[in-house]
Design a protein around this ligand. Structure first.
Ligand code: NAD
Ligand code: DAU
Length: 336
């Protein structure tokens, strides 16, 4: 299968490429990525000389380059490319509209015109908005996004499904919960807190720290995408979750304990505007229909993740000493 992966230099995209090239000898992958602040080709050094892998630098909102790549015999598309950080979308939504909505539309149009056989839109559980203390998101839960990020992802999710209904494009949509693992940009909760704790810096907990996320190891997500790519039914939506709900304080405590760092590193800071309280995913459908379930335990995969950041300091120190730091200080004030 000749696969186009977009956004493959980011966190989940790079983990997916590494996973699939190891798992499937028959796959060839073209990675189309414009390399925003979040794109990092270092994530893919292990495969850069693999003859089954090609990198193309380009923007998914650029119809000319997308048409050229898609016309090169692409059979399937997995669209990861997105602006992905909620806090950035609150500060400056424009790039989210351009990439997440207009870019997705360019890809869908090209996939339709080139008669692509499978198209997976990587959506998110954030399309459902926030849950109360009980209940789980199913694929039939109402869509109720709350941030510019999640609203833009919802637009793309619905556009993708519309291309199935209107044009017969074989689209599948996955809505996954919070991922963790290697190569995650250190602006997201887990890599930010792990790397700050290693550096004995404060850990900025938003609000009361009791918001809940359903955490899944990135390799379990990669296997879910592979499963949908190979066995999913066109026109269907598949929820993907870790069945692993934790408050942000529980995550913080876990990281501090794993690294042997003191509780005094915790800093309670101003809450995120519109901060969703709880996400929790019901993955019954993908398990029942396609046979996927998460395989990693939180304890095992988190220990490996913390160890990965501890053992790969040059990877994140390069990021944190540059543009990222300026951005963070500007918006969240001084972190010692
Ligand atoms: P990321 O921010 O780490 O990576 C995004 C990648 O997309 C980067 O390599 C970036 O350079 C690229 N990109 C951005 N704009 C582009 C454009 N216009 N053209 C081409 N490439 C572009 O994101 P991530 O955390 O790996 O998330 C990947 C996808 O998964 C996103 O669509 C996100 O919405 C979705 N998702 C993420 C999570 C999570 O927990 N991180 C959970 C569910 C769904
Ligand atoms: O649920 C899936 C989504 O998960 C994806 O669609 C997004 O792309 C991804 O970024 C992630 O969104 P979140 O907003 O849940 O992730 P983030 O790591 O930014 O925050 C996780 C929780 O931790 C959230 O309740 C906010 C809180 N937080 C985050 C940061 C960065 C803090 O308390 N302090 C922080 O510094």
């Amino acid at each position: 299968m000749k696969l186009l992966v977009t956004g493959g230099a980011g966190f989940i995209g790079s983990n997916f490429i590494l996973y699939l090239l190891q798992k499937d000898a028959d796959v060839t992958i073209v990675n189309l990525d414009v390399l925003t602040y979040a794109g990092n080709l270092e994530n893919l050094t292990a495969v850069e000389s693999d003859p089954r892998y090609t990198f193309v630098k380009g923007d998914i909102a650029d119809a000319e380059i997308v048409g050229r790549v898609m016309g090169g015999g692409i059979q399937a598309v997995v669209n990861f490319a997105a602006e992905s950080h909620v806090d950035r979308s609150i500060m400056d939504p424009d790039a989210f509209i351009r990439t997440n909505i207009l870019g997705a539309n360019v890809l869908l149009t090209a996939a339709r015109d080139h008669k692509v056989e499978r198209f997976i839109q990587i959506s998110t559980d954030e399309v459902y908005g926030s849950l109360g203390p009980t209940g789980l998101f199913t694929e039939d839960s109402p869509l109720d996004p709350t941030s510019p990020y999640s609203a833009s992802k919802t637009a793309a999710d619905l556009l993708a499904l519309a291309y199935h209904k209107t044009f017969g494009l074989p689209v599948m949509v996955t809505r996954c919960s919070n991922n963790y693992g290697p190569y995650q940009f250190p602006e997201k909760l887990i890599p930010l807190f792990v790397t700050n704790a290693i550096q004995d810096k404060g850990l900025p907990i938003y609000g009361d720290g009791k918001n809940i996320r359903d955490w899944i190891y990135v390799q379990d997500h990669s296997r879910a995408i592979e499963t949908v790519l190979k066995k999913g039914k066109p026109g269907e939506v598949y929820n993907v979750g870790g069945s692993n709900e934790r408050t942000n304080i529980e995550i913080t405590d876990y990281i501090l304990k794993e690294l042997g760092k003191p509780d005094s590193l915790k800093r309670y800071v101003t809450d995120r505007p519109g901060h969703d309280r709880r996400y929790a995913i019901d993955s019954t459908k993908i398990k029942r229909e396609l046979g996927w379930a998460p395989a990693f335990s939180f304890e095992q995969a988190m220990a490996e993740t913390v160890a990965w950041y501890a053992n790969n300091r040059p990877w994140w120190e390069a990021i944190k000493s540059g543009r990222y730091q300026d951005y963070y200080l500007k918006h969240y004030g001084k972190l010692e």
